[in-house]
Design a protein around this ligand. Structure first.
Ligand code: NAD
Length: 328
């Protein structure tokens, strides 16, 4: 079996969804490790600004394309990281068909690219495959509790299908595949309006608006800083492990506590406002990361207060720049 080593000797990676939140951090980390990187994105939920600092760097190429329709890449490819997909509930509820298509057709095209190039393939799957879990914390062998016709089904089932397809390409075509199940991740380059709790709270806190906490805020999330996550993804890519492997921070916090910490980190006096909980919103979410520790030697290292401070600093800068008048 062919593993992708860290010694890069001109190796080339393709990152679908590379202009998104996670994809842009992956492109950056790969370039830093010496890889050449081809970033494929249709800017559905990402934008070229996320990789503007990489454009022009030797070895980096940004290609505007929809991976459900195209995505052929000329020349050598050693690694395909398939990250294209709307990921926040606001996005996939607004674009249900696009979400199902990129999880199905898009995943098959990306797998075919890996097969044709004899490259390792890594799928960005999600903790959402566990649905509203009845087992807590969630180990990889838990099959999940998903409502296929609920509003979130378009995302959860697209990813479950994608996992099945990856498994079939491995068995049928011998593609060297890996699956990461990513739990909630936060950090710079999240969109302030993407509807996920942390960017929403930070945006509201910086604007002096009330922080809108769903339900009574007792539902929990385990949030992982993006740098930790990227380290885990690249460790899985460099291994021969087929996964699925959970990647996330096992430290669980209530959503209310997250809102209070955001208030403290921003120095905001915004009040908390309780609003209705979305349909099928999971009550608890915490990865069992035993497998990641055992097979990848991975565990998250960035403390919550540090990650939050870095994220707040990025949002402050970004929102200030957006608000300042354009030069005449
Ligand atoms: P994101 O929306 O910021 O990035 C997704 C990127 O994919 C965007 O740049 C978007 O334009 C692109 N894209 C979507 N459809 C495409 C298509 N048909 N062709 C080409 N590009 C397309 O989301 P993210 O948070 O960076 O998530 C990236 C991946 O990680 C997704 O697959 C998501 O399911 C997975 N994931 C993310 C999280 C998280 O906490 N951020 C958690 C679990 C799983």
């Amino acid at each position: 079996m062919k593993a992708v080593q860290n010694e890069t000797d001109g190796r080339r990676a393709v990152v679908t969804g590379g202009a998104g939140f996670l994809g842009s951090h992956l492109c950056e980390a790969l370039l830093t490790q010496g890889w050449d990187v081809v970033c494929l994105d249709n800017f559905l939920t990402g934008n070229p600004g996320n990789v503007a600092h990489l454009t022009g760097r030797p070895g980096f190429e940004l290609v505007h394309c929809d991976v459900t329709e195209n995505g052929h890449v000329r020349g050598r490819v050693d690694l395909v990281l398939h990250f294209a997909s709307p990921a926040s509930p606001v996005d996939y509820l607004e674009m249900p068909i696009e979400t199902l298509r990129v999880g199905s057709v898009g995943t098959e095209r990306a797998l075919a690219l890996a097969r044709d190039k004899d490259a390792r393939f890594v799928l960005a799957s999600t903790s959402e495959v566990y649905g509203d879990p009845q087992v807590h914390p969630q180990p990889e062998d838990y099959w999940g509790h998903v409502n296929p016709i609920g509003p979130r089904g378009v995302y959860d089932e697209a990813k479950r299908y994608a996992e099945a397809l990856v498994t079939a390409y491995r068995a049928t075509h011998g593609v060297e595949t890996g699956i990461v199940r990513i739990f909630n991740t936060y950090g710079p380059r999240m969109r302030p309006n993407d509807g996920r709790a942390i960017p929403t709270f930070i945006r509201q806190a910086l604007a002096g608006e009330p922080l809108t906490v769903a339900g009574d805020g007792s539902q929990t999330r385990s949030v992982c800083y993006v740098d930790d996550l990227v380290t885990g993804i690249l460790a899985l890519a460099a291994s021969e492990h087929p996964g699925p492997v959970n990647l996330g921070n096992p430290h669980e916090r209530s959503v209310l506590r997250i809102a209070e910490d955001v208030c403290a980190a921003t120095g905001s006096r915004s009040p908390i406002e309780f609003v209705g909980r979305p349909v099928d919103d999971p009550k608890v979410r915490r990865p069992d990361t035993t497998l990641a520790r055992e097979v990848l030697g991975w565990h998250p290292a960035v403390p919550w207060q540090d990650g939050l401070a870095r994220t707040v600093a990025w949002f402050e800068e970004t929102l200030r720049t957006a608000a300042s008048p354009a030069p005449a």
